[in-house]
Design a protein around this ligand. Structure first.
Ligand SMILES: Nc1ncnc2c1ncn2[C@@H]1O[C@H](COP(=O)(O)OP(=O)(O)OP(=O)(O)O)[C@@H](O)[C@H]1O
Ligand SMILES: [Mg+2]
Length: 284
């Protein structure tokens, strides 16, 4: 099984290499990169390309590792125990009826090999990755309530994404294969845009790309626009049928692009950009 990219997702050779390395090593692939550079989509595309179902675990600041294994629903059991009918009595007696399987449990017990995405692991607290070391390493965990051990029938292909909001512990890193999705260069970006907008007018595209990379190159920008923002912006330019001249006049003067809110996401950045446009105009 090897990943070759897909017709909806542009994978650079080093990214394909990383996916295949993780497959060979049977270790999780830890993917980092700026927001909107296709980390989450990578897992979806690889799973699809390899014909594996994808189980997703979206991590939040309150997520605990245990929730990915199982949860014991004590409240339901207590409620059922207050009912007197025979069905409830029988149900309450077996604690297994109140064990709710988490996504790791489902991945471990699936009949076929599956892909598992642990998305945005850096959102949880620092204990979260540490609490999953053994599960990721040995692919098993113990259920104390029922005294059983759940072992993976097939080792899932694990993707872990991070936006770098927190450092991950060394012991956790040791168990992963790491890949940083670099921000796409102009050529790769062009291919990504082509995938999303196959019939886009070349001239509109090249002007929009120039504006986009100019904005990204502004020193001191708080939030650089990324791939997904360029795609949003292009979608708007097409939908609103924005004329070419609005993007950049023929004498190559810099102008504030229309619908800039798709690219710049805070007022400081918009002001910075306006100042630059103003200065360039005066220098001519
Ligand atoms: N290599 C690519 N090929 C095709 N589309 C891409 C690629 N990279 C990004 N995109 C587009 O950008 C969008 C955002 O990608 P995705 O949600 O995977 O980003 P992310 O890295 O997970 O971002 P975040 O860190 O904010 O979660 C995708 O829906 C897709 O349309
Ligand atoms: Mg994501």
């Amino acid at each position: 099984m090897r990943f070759q990219g897909s017709d909806r997702y542009v994978a650079t050779p080093d990214l394909m290499l990383a996916v295949n390395a993780a497959l060979t090593l049977k270790r999780p692939l830890l993917v980092k990169g700026e927001p909107g550079t296709g980390k989450t989509m990578l897992a979806e595309e690889v799973a699809q390309a390899l014909g594996m179902p994808l189980l997703q675990w979206h991590v939040k600041s309150t997520t605990k590792a245990q929730q990915g294994l199982y949860e014991y629903d004590a409240v339901s059991r207590l409620r059922d125990s207050q009912l007197a009918d025979a069905e409830s009595v029988a149900k309450v007696r077996d604690i297994r009826n109140y064990i709710v399987q988490g996504v790791l449990w489902q991945a471990f017990t699936a009949e076929q090999p599956v892909a598992l995405l642990i998305d945005e692991i850096d959102k949880a607290d620092i204990e979260f990755p540490n609490d999953l070391l053994r599960e990721i390493d040995r692919m098993e965990f113990h259920v104390y309530e029922t005294r059983e051990t759940i072992r993976a029938k097939h080792r899932p292909l694990v993707f872990i994404t991070s936006n770098n909001e927190k450092e991950l512990p060394d012991a956790f890193l040791r168990r992963c294969f790491f890949h940083y999705i670099k921000f796409p260069d102009a050529e790769t970006m062009q291919s990504i845009v082509d995938v999303h907008f196959p019939g886009l007018k070349r001239e509109l595209l090249s002007r929009a790309m120039k504006t986009f990379f100019d904005i990204r190159g502004l020193p001191g920008l708080k939030k650089k626009p990324s791939t997904s923002e360029l795609l949003d912006w292009l979608k708007l330019l097409v939908a609103e049928d924005i004329p070419l001249e609005a993007l950049q006049s023929a004498d190559d003067k810099v102008a504030i692009p229309p619908l800039v809110g798709a690219l710049l996401k805070n007022e400081q950045d918009v002001t910075l950009f306006e100042k630059l446009v103003f200065m360039q105009r005066h220098n001519r």
